[in-house]
Ligand binder design. Structure first.
Ligand SMILES: *Cc1c(COP(=O)(O)O)cnc(C)c1O
Length: 458
């Protein structure tokens, strides 16, 4: 008999609630601070910017939050997603470890991002918001939000970093197919964009500038709100559907992870997978489970950053968040894992890392792509460069298990497919992919520009 390859849940098994880690944290999460006054941000401060329900979830003390039926109805399109036993990779590695991956590439946009785009747009639609704005780098988040907008009749305006707008024309087409309106950023539509263009007409743009444009656009229109694809508590909350499903699937496999590995950009897919398992650790139900966050060596927030209050955007307009950051002025080298080029991480993840519940590893591009190619030749799927960081971490754990002669269980998150990243694979296969050495001075310079909030802080 053949061993089980995929653990598939039925649509009846789709989770009915998301898991909120806030009440289970080992110490209270410091509040976000207003960027100008440095006073704690109140929910009503965020109302002009974000949907009311999303703001409520951001501060919710409740451990479980119901998933609306309208959202579950859409989740059915691709959820529950498969949990796959990577037994062919295990053989290739000659390891006694059991490796599983949770496959989020089955969503229409090809990544985990629709898990939060759908509820965010739904809550906006329910309160009568006509249009949602956002920023996107490589285009994954803009695609997910455009997809969600098409489902609920909400217009989506995407400010896409100009360099990516030129490099990745097909992401733009994907967004346009779902009805999303895409503008290269900096644009002439906002003051923030016009200011940048006045100084530098050829500016390639940045995520920070694009966020500033999307925020300004939302604040200037009563019928418009902004949506974020990572970092915030409500985004992490929505992503826990990943880990909740994986837990049920591993129960069916009669297994439980010794180690959970995920890639970290802003921390949403890692936390979404890990937190439902971490809940068992935090509540004392289980001991000994390890959690490993894999990040690029070119943007080493957890491994080389500082735990401090910092802005989520380069312009310093967004609320100060308590996170491990390399500084909002830090401009990471142009690695292909565009989704991992963020200077900070989700505050809950940073707190759990600081308390020793989450370990972090940093990897270079070439070792990451080497694993993605080995995986493609063993298991078939060609994954996103972002996801390949998680794979690199999982393989390291499987090899450590071989060294120890132990049949450890390794679970990793495969956050998206790499079908829009062929240019990057081309470079790797041709031996032209660069690893970027990051001088300590570059991080020190960005850290020295961190806002000083000790005086007015919470
Ligand atoms: C955006 C993205 C990431 C990084 O974002 P997180 O919030 O850290 O999850 C990782 N993988 C893929 C495929 C992405 O699109």
């Amino acid at each position: 008999m053949l061993a089980v390859k995929k653990y598939l849940l039925s649509e009846d098994d789709l989770p009915t609630r998301w898991y909120n880690v806030l009440p289970d944290l080992p110490r209270p999460l410091p509040p976000p601070l207003h960027p100008a006054t440095h006073r704690p941000v109140r929910p009503e401060d965020l109302a002009p910017l974000l949907a009311d329900e999303v703001v409520a979830q951001e501060f919710s003390p409740h451990r479980w939050i119901d998933i609306p039926d309208e959202v579950r109805e859409v989740y059915r399109i691709w959820r529950p997603s498969p949990l796959v036993r990577a037994d062919r990779l295990e053989k290739a590695l000659d390891t006694p470890a059991r490796i599983y991956f949770k496959y989020e590439a089955v969503s229409p946009a090809g990544s985990h991002k629709p898990n939060t785009a759908v509820p965010q747009v739904f809550y906006n639609a329910r309160q009568g918001v006509r249009r949602v704005t956002t920023e996107t780098g490589a285009g994954q988040w803009g695609s997910a939000l455009s997809f969600a907008g098409s489902l609920f009749g909400v217009e989506v305006t995407v400010y896409m970093v100009r360099a990516s707008f030129r490099q990745k024309p097909h992401r733009k087409t994907l967004m346009a197919t779902w009805g999303g309106e895409v503008h290269p950023s900096p644009s002439t539509r906002t003051r923030a964009g016009r200011d940048v263009l006045a100084r530098d007409p050829d500016s390639p743009g940045s995520l920070g500038i694009a966020i500033s444009e999307a925020v300004e656009d939302a604040l200037a229109h009563d019928d418009t709100r902004f949506a974020l694809g990572s970092v915030m508590n409500h985004v992490v909350l929505h992503q826990t559907v990943i880990g909740l499903e994986a837990k049920r699937q591993l129960e069916i496999a009669d297994d439980y992870p010794d180690v959970v590995v995920g890639c970290v950009g802003g921390g949403s897919n890692f936390s979404g997978l890990a937190f439902p398992f971490l809940a068992d650790t935090l509540t004392g139900t289980r001991t000994g489970t390890r959690f490993v966050a894999a990040e690029p060596a070119a943007c080493p927030t957890l491994t080389r950053g500082r735990l401090a209050y910092d802005h989520p955007d380069t312009a310093g307009l967004g609320p100060l968040l308590p996170m491990r950051t390399v500084g909002h002025g830090f401009i990471p080298p142009p690695i292909h894992a565009g989704g991992l080029r963020f200077h900070g991480d989700a505050p809950t993840l940073c707190l759990l890392h600081d308390e020793g519940y989450v370990e972090a590893r940093a990897y270079d591009q070439n070792e990451v792509f080497a694993e993605a190619v080995r995986f493609a030749r063993a298991e078939g799927f060609v994954m996103a460069p972002e996801s390949a960081h998680a794979l690199r971490g999982a393989v390291a754990e499987a090899l450590a298990a071989r060294e120890a002669g132990e049949a450890r269980t390794v679970l990793f998150g495969l956050s998206g497919h790499g079908h829009f990243d062929m240019g990057a694979f081309d470079e790797f296969l041709a031996g032209r992919l660069e690893d970027y050495a990051l001088p300590a001075e570059q991080i020190e310079a960005a850290l020295s520009a961190l806002p000083d909030v000790t005086a007015a802080g919470a």
